[in-house]
Design a protein around this ligand. Structure first.
Ligand code: PLP
Length: 388
């Protein structure tokens, strides 16, 4: 199967060039990129993969598809990232990989993770799906681990509708990912590509902060009816791999990705500026803004997380008030409907992650968010009580 047609190669080369890594491999979604990396690393039956207990179930599926066991580590509350103090006790003889998920855009404590992983001979994969452009000690995320992966789904730092990218500077691993892709990849159907192209056009024309809540409701309804290409099919809410899961990127997505890479620096600067505005306006209202170690982290946030006591009520009111209020991760393995027992998660395993699921909402930061939107959003959120 030719997975390098129609702009794919130049998109991959532009991406790896921008990031400063050896090679980039595009896929239909971020989760497919993770699957390719895990499989290329030889992860299989009985192996263990460590990740934070505050993630999306779509991130756990590839581990289960390969017959490996997900092992969850609780998060530290400020950055919502893996608590590295708890990491060593989770490593066993069966551990093969630590997934360093950079949540909301905050970098994980990479020094600690790399040290622990090296001392126990475990590979590190960075989940950069929410952290494109973020830096740790002056170096871009995605360049620390053995490999990393990115997502370009609708609400990610930039979108190609759906989309994923696996990157690595390890030539042996790159060869294996390449071989896997050449031998096994299927390409999206003409119908999927046509629908996705139409969705991208609608997104560019109509999706603004005030219309997002309504658009999401319509989108979920149309996904159930099969009238649009949804982010996840029904089959993806179980730990069994669907036949057509291992799919490549279409030319339409690659062209869209190339266009957005050209505007990436502007996107990053706007996100940083808007996050700063939230910091300032929340502080004016007496709220404690984001706390993180500014000497080592330079995050590009995908959304701006805040914790509130009345989350359910705030989400209910936001939809009616035209406020774009997001909610990740609604369960330690988002979404709330995930059957946790099928994914080796027992309630109580990660208390900090469970508290974050009950309290965290997120505010928009994408390039269409104006200063007036920030002000309206802050006015709205400050009607509620900030939670610790
Ligand atoms: C942290 C994180 N990693 C990975 C993914 C999977 O990305 P994709 O939807 O492109 O498969 C998600 C899902 O949205 C996510 O939130």
């Amino acid at each position: 199967m030719n997975s390098k047609h129609g702009g794919i190669q130049s998109y991959e080369e532009s991406f790896s060039g921008w990031l400063g890594v050896g090679e980039a491999f595009s896929f239909w979604k971020g989760r497919v990129a993770l699957y390719a990396i895990l499989k290329a690393l030889g992860v299989g039956e009985g192996d263990e993969v460590i990740l934070p207990g505050y993630t999306c179930v779509m991130d756990v599926n590839p581990i289960k598809y390969l017959g490996a066991k997900p092992v969850y580590v609780d998060i530290e509350p400020e950055t919502f990232n893996i608590n590295t103090d708890l990491l060593p006790e989770k490593i066993t003889d069966r551990s093969r990989v630590i997934i360093a998920q950079h949540t909301y855009g905050y970098p994980c404590d990479m020094d600690a993770i790399i040290d622990i992983a090296a001392s126990r001979n475990v590979a590190v994969i960075e989940d950069c799906c929410l952290a494109l452009g973020s830096e740790y000690k002056g170096k871009l995320l995605g360049t620390f681990g053995k490999a990393a992966y990115f997502s370009m789904q609708w609400n990610k730092p930039f979108t190609t509708g759906l989309g994923g990218m696996a990157v690595t500077s390890d030539t042996g691993l790159a060869e294996k990912i390449n071989a896997l892709r050449e031998d096994n990849i299927s390409m999206p159907t003409a119908k999927e590509v046509m629908m996705l192209a139409a969705q991208l056009a609608v997104y560019r024309m109509f999706i603004y902060p005030k219309t997002t809540a309504l658009a999401q409701t319509i989108f979920r309804y149309l996904t159930k009816k099969g009238a649009v290409v949804g982010s996840s099919s029904t089959a993806e809410f179980t730990p069994d791999m669907a036949d057509n899961f291992f799919k490549g990127l279409s030319a339409v997505q690659a062209r869209s990705g190339l266009r957005q890479l050209k505007k990436l620096q502007q996107n990053i600067e706007l996100r940083r500026k808007t996050a700063q505005l939230y910091d300032e306006m929340l502080a004016e209202k007496g709220w404690t803004p984001r706390q993180y170690d500014r000497d080592v982290m330079n995050p590009v946030m995908v959304r701006y997380p805040v914790r509130i006591a009345e989350k359910t009520e705030a989400l209910r009111q936001a939809a009616g008030a035209g406020i774009e209020l997001g909610s990740w991760f609604e369960s330690p393995l988002h979404p709330a409907e995930t059957p946790l027992e099928m994914y080796n998660y027992e309630t109580g395993l990660c208390p900090q992650a469970e508290a974050a699921s009950r309290q965290a909402v997120n505010l928009p930061l994408h390039p269409r968010v104006s200063e007036a939107t920030v002000r309206r959003t802050v006015e709205f959120i400050c009607r509620f009580t900030q939670a610790d």
